[in-house]
Design a protein around this ligand. Structure first.
Ligand code: MLT
Length: 410
């Protein structure tokens, strides 16, 4: 008898974005005319073409693979040195990060899920609420939780509420946790964490021998020079944090796939009997057993993000998306809705009109405005009463969405 991993049976109906896609498909099947007007601001997927510098680099890399003198087979599982070095030079200069502390992968979604392979059972795990659902679901899958209650909260996880009152940055817990996921700029709320807030988290993690899993996939959208871009800007973070970064949202690689984790060699975990163990070799071992490296052309394309031309092209992409975020913020505010985020992040987090739940709002936007948004409750119980609009879209679509928001709620 083939036994299944019964933890999967604890998962709620569907992963949020496929569930949205299912509802949108049902709508388009039933409303073929309205479906033609549909604008998707749900999933945070980029819309603009890849930067020219990245495309050129990928073309050149493919040509290298077509020549026996420059052909390459398996690459280093942890990533090519040219990319790891470019990352350190361009993203972590002066922060004490070495190139061999960077692990290249095919995406941050996979990385944030896969990382659980190297942690043991019995950790107390804290997540923010609302939260990127992958952190929760991967903990459920691996057996780190019991069942969910009627609000969708899983027994065994420590939920850290993020509300307008705390600026969507959670208070330090009054209990001991072992692993904590923090994501800033935040998905879904678009909030950012200040230096002093991150200092408090680093102090907490060090005092509790905890590890911070810091997701900085949206770092490129930070506009305010005072805001930290990396957890490693905080003194002592190398001993208590790892950081997830991605080329998806800055270089537009959502379909190309390239990301990385920075795991300092100074980061330690513990065996059950309390012996210290460096995390870096564990992940290195896991990565080289279960992963054969991101493809060479993709890594070449990613490295081109840091070329002079690449930097300028990425800056233009970010500027475009942040211009969209500003328009969306203004339209929602003009409609009298409470608006958060969208200033240093590509997501705008909006309070629903009085009396509407998040899914009511989703349905209203879909049926009346023919715009797909993401219901806040899909990110956790504390997201109820909110919805998220993604600024990843063309300017023309965003302007149209703003018109429809005004027409529906103005
Ligand atoms: C989102 O919409 O939250 C993101 O696109 C999800 C992701 O990056 O995986």
């Amino acid at each position: 008898m083939a036994r299944i991993n019964e933890n999967f049976l604890k998962l709620k109906a569907g992963y949020l974005f496929p569930e949205i896609a299912r509802r949108v498909n049902a709508f388009t099947e039933a409303n073929s005319e309205a479906a033609k007007r549909l604008i998707r601001c749900g999933i945070g997927d980029v819309t603009e073409p890849l930067p020219d510098a990245c495309r050129q680099a990928m073309h050149d890399a493919v040509d290298e693979l077509g020549n026996s003198a420059t052909f390459k087979g398996y690459g280093p599982e942890q990533g090519y040195a040219f990319l790891r070095e470019a990352i350190v030079e361009n993203q972590f200069a002066g922060l004490g990060i070495a190139a061999d502390e960077v692990f290249i992968s095919d995406g941050s979604k996979c990385d944030t899920g896969n990382i659980l392979d190297i942690f043991g059972k019995g950790n107390v795990i804290a997540i923010t609420d609302p939260v990127y659902p992958v952190y929760v679901d991967t903990n459920v899958m691996i057996g780190n939780t019991a069942d969910a209650d009627e609000t969708g909260a899983y027994a065994g996880l420590v939920y850290l509420p993020c509300t307008p009152e705390n600026g969507f940055v959670p208070a330090i817990p009054d209990q001991k946790v072992d692993l904590v996921y923090l994501c800033y700029p935040n998905n879904p709320t678009g909030a950012t964490a200040t230096r002093s807030q991150l200092e408090a988290w680093v102090a907490y993690a060090r005092a509790n021998q905890a590890i911070i899993l810091y997701d900085a996939a949206y770092e490129a959208f930070i506009q305010d020079p005072e805001l930290p871009r990396s957890i490693f800007e905080i003194e002592g973070a190398r001993e208590c944090a790892m950081e997830f970064r991605s080329f998806s949202k800055n270089g537009g690689f959502t379909g190309v796939r390239c990301a990385y984790i920075v795991i300092p060699k100074a980061l330690k975990g513990y065996t059950v009997d309390g012996r210290e163990q460096a995390i870096h070799p564990l992940w290195s071992r896991r990565h080289s057993t279960k992963f054969n490296g991101a493809s060479y052309p993709v890594q070449k394309g990613a490295a081109a993000v840091f070329s002079e031309a690449g930097k300028a092209q990425v800056a233009a992409l970010i500027e475009g998306y942040m211009g969209n975020a500003k328009l969306l913020r203004e339209a929602c505010a003009a409609a009298g809705l409470p608006v958060f985020g969208g200033v240093n992040a590509p997501y705008v987090w909006v309070g629903c009109p009085a009396g509407l739940t998040s899914w009511d709002m989703f349905d209203k936007m879909l049926n009346e405005a023919n715009v797909v948004i993401t219901p806040g409750s899909g990110f956790g119980a504390a997201g109820e009463g909110y919805f998220r609009i993604s600024a990843f879209n063309t300017r023309a679509n965003v302007e149209e969405v703003c018109r429809r928001i005004r027409a529906t709620f103005g």
